[in-house]
Write a protein that binds this ligand. Structure first.
Ligand code: 5GP
Length: 182
């Protein structure tokens, strides 16, 4: 049975950078690509980072029962499709979801390994989110608000990793995956 590694962490903690470096380092591990209604950012690729869809397309997928889980996060909808979970074939899958997604996946796949990536301090998130200048002031506010709630849920994950330096965090995660695989 392929293993499912479920990764969460507050916005601004550096998850995407970490996971993008981790996946190619581990043979037999692929990234499950989610669907989202969020607009594509510069540097993101449709089908690699997310399947970017309109609200109407997302509605249709929900109605068709295409998602294992989906949730509103910040201002947009995000979902894991059944198809994304199959795409890994016999290999293991890494999936990035928010805390709601992790709750849903834990219920449906009890053997999933859940990992929470946290910042050394909350102020780091604020600095990163404002500093990268990617989101509007309103969205940064919203993301920080969500992050406060998410950080309270860190204890419900099997593993917690503090992201001090990206390279170290990638090492930690790679070691964790190897350990779980046995
Ligand atoms: P971002 O917009 O920064 O790429 O992602 C925002 C949040 O959505 C992150 O917390 C990320 O983990 C979460 N997310 C990404 N894909 C999914 C998904 O398929 N389902 C759920 N529930 N959350 C997701």
């Amino acid at each position: 049975m392929p293993r499912l590694f479920v990764v969460s962490g507050p916005s601004g903690v550096g998850k995407s950078t970490i996971l993008r470096q981790l996946v190619p380092r581990i043979p037999g591990l692929s990234f499950a690509v989610s669907h989202t209604t969020r607009p594509r950012r510069a540097g993101e690729e449709d089908g690699r980072d997310y399947h970017f869809v309109t609200d109407g397309e997302f509605d249709r997928l929900v109605e068709a029962g295409a998602f294992v889980e989906w949730a509103w996060v910040h201002l947009y909808r995000y979902g894991t499709s059944k198809e994304a979970l199959r795409a890994g074939g016999d290999g293991d899958l890494l999936i990035e979801v928010d805390v709601q997604g992790a709750d849903a996946l834990r219920e449906q796949v009890p053997e999933a390994v859940t990992i929470f990536i946290e910042p050394p301090a909350f102020e780091d998130l604020e600095a990163r989110l404002s500093g990268r200048g990617r989101e509007s002031g309103r969205e940064v506010e919203k993301r920080l608000q969500t992050a406060t709630g998410e950080m309270r849920r860190a204890g419900s994950y099997d593993h917690r990793i503090t992201n001090d330096r990206v390279e170290d965090t990638v090492e930690h995660l790679a070691a964790l995956v190897k350990r779980v695989r046995g």
